[in-house]
Write a protein that binds this ligand. Structure first.
Ligand code: FAD
Ligand code: SIN
Length: 553
């Protein structure tokens, strides 16, 4: 599956101006990065944590619904495993899912031990709710619908207390630095406003942990914040690492619809609102999820998103409605204060009004391919959180498994760090061609992705996208800005995403091909993995799913 897709090998000048050293460099300050930094301290490593904006910028603080874990006596890791495998439609790596669900409850308790406050039920136990695809109540939440903000607060506070973790804000990681053996030895950084370290420099360590989050900004409408530009995936791709499952992009079914011209980060209406009883209605006021799936409005996310898209197409409307009026003012106020505020600030009162909603990009299952210990395919490079493809999510992530994955796999990387023989060597200057896509072209790229590689795809639309993206590539830019670098990363990711989406001639989970509407297990129960060779050519191979993963059908 080789082709002519071409990815420049570097963004930066070969020689950085200054350098800083640590045992471990963590890139990103969401739940995954902050947890990795804390756990690296547990094994006695010094940590330099670099993050491209303020520490609390990232998807983590926006998380609403909660964190999934088998915490109640009625539940079990095996049941959580089952629901995750079913949602992942045969592409989850069973070993990774098993690690997630068995280590998940302890990871949540660890969060509580460092000071995170979860909502309690009247008996004093952690209150648990339901979200799409879960057959049990197993979603713990904080501040009603402010789970991510509380987790972020607690983990940031723990990091601040540790003098062995140096945090460098406004530091954009650009390229991976490799030594002559091909092992990771650092990253080039562009730092703004930190005095001595301004400009292009390098952070050096024999262990680099990518925790840079997702790439929602590839699309015009997303729930992700502005920092979600997929820098870690692009950086790893350029360095030659294996990147997998890029075609599986999750569109959240209930994102508040703000009109046809809305762009960038859009307000989410948590699935937990449906977990508490809200239902989807079409323009005639008819509930349409009953009969589509046994779990109706709480079917897995891909099923609900597709049903909404179908209904919108049938009716020629731009959105459907979410009816949460039956929840009543008290429930809205206590359980969903953030969403209530967000609706009211836009003139919608969910206590009395219907909320206009439509699917928008939300999460990426794919990313930097890792083993079950978070190792990427380049020695010394590790990945956790949304940037990683650990195999936990398969073709469609089960709701609220993402924060959990960040916690569990950040910890697992420490086992790898202790086992791996990591040698400090001097990095060699990055070589190979460079090329940038200027920020001015970001909107054009997003339009291509929205129109031709979004929820609904076909060979025709994906071929158009391939051609349009190629026209946007490598158009120059001599003194690049942060936004130019980010746009280049988005463009490289979009290129691989479209390539894999074109190759996968079936419909599975969050990958929906109009021209191949059926699932094809015989041919496509495999991961697609892409990598770039030393000339910048992209190669895509198939990789078997790990584990037997029985019981997902
Ligand atoms: P992030 O939290 O996104 O952090 C990435 C970090 O990397 C940021 O600090 C960013 O600035 C930094 N960074 C990026 N690029 C660079 C670079 N080049 N150099 C330096 N730093 C860089 N999941 C759940 O499980 N439950 C939920 O209820 C839930 N609700 C959600 C609601 C919303 C609105 C959104 C957007 C997501 C939600 N998710 C939820 C998904 C979940 O929040 C994310 O998948 C998870 O927080 C990702 O954590 P992370 O640490 O991997 O990345
Ligand atoms: C939500 O609250 O609906 C988002 C949960 C998730 O993305 O896991």
């Amino acid at each position: 599956m080789n082709g002519s897709t071409w990815i420049p090998r570097r963004l930066t000048a070969p020689e950085p101006g200054w350098s800083a050293r640590a045992d471990v460099i963590v890139i990103g300050s969401g739940v995954a990065g902050l947890t990795a930094a804390l756990r690296a301290r547990d094994i006695g490593r010094t940590v330099l944590l670099v993050t491209k904006a303020q520490v609390n910028e990232g998807s983590t603080r926006w998380a609403q619904g909660g964190i999934a874990a088998a915490l109640s006596e009625e539940d079990s890791p095996d049941e959580h495993l089952h629901d995750t495998l079913v949602a992942g439609v045969g592409l989850c790596d069973e070993d990774s899912v098993r690690a997630l669900v068995t280590e998940g409850p302890a990871a949540v308790r660890e969060l509580i031990a460092i000071g995170a406050h979860f909502d309690m039920d009247p008996s004093g136990a952690i209150a648990l709710t339901r979200e799409g695809g879960h057959l049990r109540n197993r979603i713990a939440h904080a501040g009603g619908d402010a789970t991510g903000a509380e987790i972020s607060r607690a983990v940031m506070a723990a990091v601040q207390l540790d003098p062995g973790i140096v945090v460098l804000e406004n530091a954009l990681a650009l390229d991976l630095l490799l030594d002559e053996t091909g092992a990771a030895q650092g990253v080039t950084l562009h730092v703004m406003g930190s005095g001595q370290r301004d400009g292009i420099g390098a952070a050096l360590a024999p262990a680099i942990i990518l925790a840079t989050g997702g790439f929602g900004q590839v699309f015009g409408q997303t729930t992700n914040p502005y920092v979600s530009t997929g820098d870690g995936v692009a950086l790893a791709l350029r360095a030659g690492a294996r990147i997998a499952d890029m075609e599986f992009v999750q569109f959240h079914p209930t994102v508040m619809w703000l009109g046809p011209h809305a762009q960038g980060q859009q307000p989410l209406v948590s699935e937990a609102v449906r977990g508490e009883g809200a239902v989807l209605l079409d323009s005639a006021g008819t509930p349409f999820m009953t009969g589509v799936h046994p779990l109706a409005d709480l079917a897995p996310r891909d099923v609900v998103a597709k049903a909404i898209m179908r209904r919108m197409r049938e009716e020629g409307t731009a959105h459907v409605w979410l009816d949460g009026r039956m929840l009543g003012a008290d429930t809205w106020f206590q359980r969903f204060p953030t969403i209530l505020d967000s609706c009211r600030s836009r003139g919608i009162d969910p206590v009395t009004d219907l909320i206009p909603v439509a699917p928008a990009q939300h999460y990426v299952s794919g990313g930097v391919r890792t083993d079950i210990w978070g190792r990427a395919s380049i020695p010394g490079l590790y990945a956790c959180g949304e940037v990683a493809c650990t195999g936990v999510h398969g073709a469609n992530r089960l709701a609220s498994n993402s924060l959990l994955e960040g916690l569990v796999f950040a910890r697992r990387i420490m086992t790898a760090l202790e086992e791996d023989e990591l040698t400090v060597r001097e990095p060699v200057a990055p070589s190979g061609p460079s090329g940038l896509v200027p920020h001015a072209l970001r909107r054009s790229m997003q339009q291509v992705m929205d129109l031709d590689a979004g929820v609904l795809r076909s060979a025709e639309s994906l071929s158009v996208a391939t051609g349009e993206l190629a026209l946007l590539a490598d158009v120059g830019g001599s003194s690049p800005s942060t936004e130019d670098w980010e746009t280049t990363n988005l463009h490289q990711i979009a290129t691989v995403l479209v390539r894999q989406a074109l190759l996968r001639t079936e419909t599975r989970g969050s990958h929906w091909r109009e021209d191949y509407p059926e699932r094809d297990d015989e041919r496509w129960r495999v991961h697609l993995v892409s990598m770039v060779d030393e000339h910048g050519q992209v190669h895509t191979v198939q990789e078997p799913v790990r584990g037997t993963a029985q019981g997902w059908e």
